[in-house]
Ligand binder design. Structure first.
Ligand code: NI
Length: 229
């Protein structure tokens, strides 16, 4: 009798555990493995001002998951690139891609027949080296500066190095839109937003006002205001 009295609560506990375990398997676990759309930090948030830290292990499960979520977030926002600090993670990691229709030369000349598109790239602990002193003005937007665009000078040709999500070295030379996106994203890792790179603040404007036409200097330049970065 005494034993049954003790056993009764025990089986209740077991029953509850089984129920919780079942609920975990059905309700919680799928959300742990699924991707998530992350909140994007906006200009003024401290995470966008501070230099980010190097990624100690690019192949770790935490980084794999962060990248999955960043890709989901970038796609949801129609972005061309995203840096980890923009999703409140102060690590030196950026993702970007160059769509086939955004691969025109940065100098405003006619697009050639070559495909300059760049598939989705995960660039970890990047280092940028300008290969020329030449800079071009081009329109940029930023997911952390919603609603605004500005004309920003960027080096027209760069070399960038880093590590992939698989831990493999990346070493590329980039021009045009490709070079611009990488410079914009990597600036995020040093706490720099594009307005800080601008040399003519009269060319900072609301995107919606572009309907009246693009002012002056960046008119013929590379444009990436259609995608935030
Ligand atoms: Ni940005």
């Amino acid at each position: 009798m005494g034993a049954r009295l003790i056993a009764q609560p025990n089986s209740d506990v077991k029953g509850r555990f089984t129920l919780l375990s079942t609920l975990y398997q059905i309700v919680v676990k799928p959300h742990i493995t699924a991707m998530a759309i992350l909140k994007i930090a906006r200009m003024g948030h401290p995470v966008l001002r501070a230099p980010a830290s190097p990624v100690p292990d690019p192949t770790s499960p935490e980084i794999q998951r962060l990248v999955r979520d960043m890709v989901e977030t970038m796609d949801d926002a129609d972005g061309a690139g995203l840096a980890a600090p923009q999703v409140h993670v102060p690590l030196r990691l950026v993702i970007f891609h160059v769509p086939a229709d955004r691969d025109e030369p940065d100098d405003g000349s006619e697009a050639d027949d070559e495909d300059h598109s760049v598939p989705l790239t995960v660039l970890i602990n990047p280092v940028i080296e300008p290969l020329t002193e030449e800079q071009d003005m081009g329109w940029e937007g930023c997911l952390s500066v919603p609603g605004l665009i500005g004309a920003v000078p960027r080096f027209t040709q760069i070399r960038y190095r880093g590590v992939s999500l698989g831990g493999e070295p990346i070493d590329r030379i980039a021009e045009g839109f490709h070079a611009r996106v990488v410079q914009h994203e990597c600036d995020h890792l040093d706490g720099i937003l594009y307005p800080q790179r601008m040399t003519d603040m009269s060319l900072l404007m609301f995107r919606e006002e572009m309907k009246y036409g693009a002012p002056g200097a960046a008119e013929d330049g590379d444009e990436m205001e259609e995608e935030g970065v």
